[in-house]
Design a protein around this ligand. Sequence first.
Ligand code: NAP
Length: 264
Amino acid sequence: MTGAATVLILGGTTEARDLAGLLDVRDDVRPITSLAGRVAGTPALPGEIRVGGFGGAEHLAAWMTTNDVRAVVDATHPFAERISQGTADACAATGTPLVALRRPGWTPGPGDDWHDADDLADAAARVEGLGRRVLLATGRQGVAAFAEVTDAWFLIRSIEPPEGRVPPHHEVLLARGPYALDDERRLLADHAIDLVVTKDSGGDATRAKLDAARERGIPVLMVRRPPVPTGTTIDVVGTAADAVAAVGVALGGRSAGSAAGSTG
Ligand code: NAP
């Protein structure tokens, strides 16, 4: 193998951005980050960027072959199920090594009153028993699942306006993290929130709402993560640095054992 090995990063997360930065400084790797293009504007990222869906796993596999992709890192959000499964299928079809970069999920501590939901529909069914004034922080695509909940008021917080159906009683707050604890305390108090509904996204950028909920003594309804897809052998890691090492192994040792951030 001569020249830099092309590594495809399925992105849209902070960890994907970090990984692109760590790989871009190496001269033996050519990182290309793929973004869905859902959020307005293309963010500045290290390395190359491509934007938009591939048109399914078969087309992704063809794109990988055309672009001589040697390894793939699925660094999408833990709840981006379709692209993760499509990536696993494309890697299985092409025999390409796949690393899944998943930031660790959140875990409750002393004083937390967390209730697990299997998915968004399960969460919607549980709202009634837990609260009446809800901070709904499940992302705009998750809002429709709560459309039938008529006996609660929702403060819907999302980066872009919700798509599709919405619950009858609601207000939309357009905002993008990271969120500070003081701001979250104020938000919960100003809107008399008595229940926080969120996905188990993990990470620091959006966890302050959980701390504010604990301080306020209100419950959190936590939508648990879907499983990592099946269909091919996936090396699951939790940090961008660990993904660099896993990519090195996947590329046959050419980067293996190198420290993250090394210039190779
Ligand atoms: P999804 O439901 O799993 O994917 C839907 C379709 O969007 C995929 O089948 C694929 O289209 C396309 N797609 C998704 N991510 C892509 C990527 N990185 N590059 C190229 N195409 C992509 O995904 P989602 O939940 O809408 O998430 C979309 C993006 O937002 C992801 O990059 C994810 O990391 C990011 N994100 C998601 C969440 C969340 O809560 N779901 C939160 C923060 C960020 P084709 O089948 O046509 O290839």
